[in-house]
Ligand binder design. Structure first.
Ligand SMILES: [Zn+2]
Length: 149
């Protein structure tokens, strides 16, 4: 359903190899469980809790890029799902603010090209309330629990 290839925008990306219906599970993130102090600077990692991360799996889930207008989001734990129908050849992207929530996260510049691009990818806690409310249904469960309504 998905495959990794060179992306125009980033080093690598994940793409749909067929038309995918809304709601389909695209990939389930996995990797070694890490505390923050165990995360190697610059290495691939995904925050999944207050002080809980997963490291690289070496598989497609490591290469899904960010978009401020994503076509994928989390539903049911670490399962990345299609938020709308995705066409064959389209790049799969999710909004990284749906996972990151470090107080001292410096943010990184975004060049996703979306009309609604926020310009900087920030921790969930540092988004404006309207953006947080919009993203919350597709954020990781620890963020949905922490930021209720
Ligand atoms: Zn953007």
């Amino acid at each position: 359903m998905i495959y990794v290839k060179a992306s125009d925008q980033h080093g690598r990306g994940v793409f749909a190899d067929c038309d995918i219906p809304a709601g389909a599970v695209l990939v389930v993130f996995k990797g070694p469980l890490l505390r923050r102090e165990q995360v190697e600077p610059g290495s691939y990692h995904l925050q999944i809790g207050e002080d809980l991360y997963i490291g690289a799996s070496g598989e497609a889930d490591d290469y899904v890029n960010h978009s401020c207008e994503p076509n994928a989001g989390f539903r049911g734990g670490l399962a990345l799902c299609a938020l709308r129908p995705i066409r064959a050849g389209e790049e799969i992207a999710w909004d990284y603010s749906c996972a990151i929530d470090e107080e001292d996260f410096p943010g990184f510049p975004c060049a996703c090209g979306a009309a609604s691009c926020r310009g900087v990818v920030r921790s969930f806690r540092h988004l404006d309330p309207a953006t947080r409310a919009r993203l919350r249904p597709w954020a990781l469960p620890y963020l949905r629990d922490r930021y209720r309504g």
